[in-house]
Design a protein around this ligand. Structure first.
Ligand code: TXA
Ligand code: MG
Length: 367
């Protein structure tokens, strides 16, 4: 009883000056009205954004937000991002002023795949379930037309984590959401494939120096170029792929994980060499197991004995867009192991390696 309704984003038109929205197709409006009705009844709705599909509920209703945590089986101490459809909502709905440091950043990257941390004011009406009791909240103005129109039509700020079951790779297609949450949510809006493919960058400008809390759709390099203090941005503890390597095996908090074991390789330009090395060290007969190989910049697709080969693409954009789907597709082939070609941690690479190192049970580096 989970409905999937399609929307063609090209039927939605924004007037950037007045922030008004019009529809060239009545069906589009009908789907958004149905979704909006559910949101006002404190229900959850899955919808596309340019990063990944989100599972949305009104940020102003604790009952609604609790349904997000329940559907995803998400730990309640992990706060959520609120999504808005105009910068004015920060003042009008959350009664919060935007600190000066953010202004040039928002000018450049909003609407888009960037989330910022703001102080919660005394009059601020965001539910404590959203902030998980913190005195700050995260907010994002998405660029995706369906996301924007849904927030606009419902006139609600929407708390929305990725619409996957907790621990699974984030969804970049409506079918991924259905796989994980069917029967648990009333509606999925299908807007096709997400263009960015991994989550927004989260920054905190309320601290000095400002901090990168999660690498994502906007690169660290592009944020530094803004200046106004952002050139001094430091990486949060759990931000970099680098940090993940020192973690104790077995103590790993599971995240972005397919059912198969993920083995991530760094600095190996030859996939055969990498996988044979792994097999030798682990006394594994590659002919006896089922495995997939996920390639990016250098690996050739002809890897010996591979059951499935998935090519992500050569550019950072392509790799990040196809990453989560590749992990899910490997699972659908019921492989035991997924061998992944890592990338260097620059530009899109930082966010890609952050997600991959969290998904991986082992990282093997060639020095
Ligand atoms: O691209 C995205 O950001 C997607 C789409 C749906 O918009 N949403 C998303 O939400 O990834 P979620 O809940 O999976 O990730 C929220 C991130 C977490 O890393 C969380 O720790 C951080 O934002 N966060 C939320 N509120 C925060 C706060 N008050 N202070 C610091 N970090 C916060
Ligand atoms: Mg998530």
């Amino acid at each position: 009883n989970t409905k999937i309704l399609k929307i063609d984003p090209s039927t939605i038109i924004f007037d950037e000056k007045t922030n008004e929205v019009t529809f060239t197709d009545n069906e589009t409006k009908k789907v958004l009205d149905e979704a909006s009705k559910l949101l006002h009844e404190s229900q959850v709705v899955a919808f596309p954004t340019e990063t990944v599909y989100g599972l949305g509920a009104s940020s102003l209703s604790s009952d609604a937000v609790k349904r997000i945590y329940a559907a995803k089986n998400r730990p309640a101490d992990n706060p959520l991002i609120s999504h808005i459809s105009s910068i004015n909502m920060i003042k009008d709905v959350f009664k919060t002023e935007i600190p000066e440091i953010y202004k040039p950043l928002l000018e450049k990257f909003w609407p888009g795949p960037l989330s910022i941390v703001l102080p919660v004011s005394n009059e601020c009406s965001v539910s404590e379930v959203v902030t998980a009791g913190h005195n700050t909240f995260a907010v994002r103005f998405p660029k995706d037309k369906i996301a924007r129109a849904l927030i606009h039509i419902s006139n609600l700020p929407l708390a929305a984590p990725s619409a996957n079951a907790s621990t699974k790779p984030s969804p970049t297609l409506a079918s991924h959401v259905f796989e994980d949450l069917q029967g648990k949510i009333p509606l999925i809006i299908d807007g096709g494939q997400c263009n960015v493919g991994l989550e927004s960058t989260v920054v905190d400008g309320t601290v000095n120096p400002p901090m990168l809390l999660r690498p994502g759709g906007i690169s660290l390099e592009d944020i530094k170029k803004i200046g106004n203090g952002w050139e001094n941005i430091v990486l949060g503890k759990k931000t970099a792929g680098q940090y993940e390597k020192v973690r104790t095996p077995g103590m790993k908090y599971k995240h972005y994980s397919p059912s198969a074991k993920v083995i991530l390789f760094e600095n190996f330009k030859d996939g055969n060499e990498a996988i044979i090395k792994y097999a030798l060290e682990n006394e594994l007969d590659l002919k006896k197991i089922k495995f997939s190989v996920v390639t990016s910049k250098y690996w050739d697709k002809s890897v010996n004995d591979a059951d499935v080969v998935i090519e992500l693409g050569k550019s950072g954009d392509e790799i990040q867009r196809n990453l989560f789907a590749a992990l899910r597709d490997s699972d659908s082939h019921k492989v035991d192991i997924i061998f992944v070609e890592g990338v260097s941690e620059e530009d899109e690479g930082l966010a890609i390696m952050n997600r991959l190192s969290k998904a991986a049970s082992q990282i093997i580096t060639k020095y």
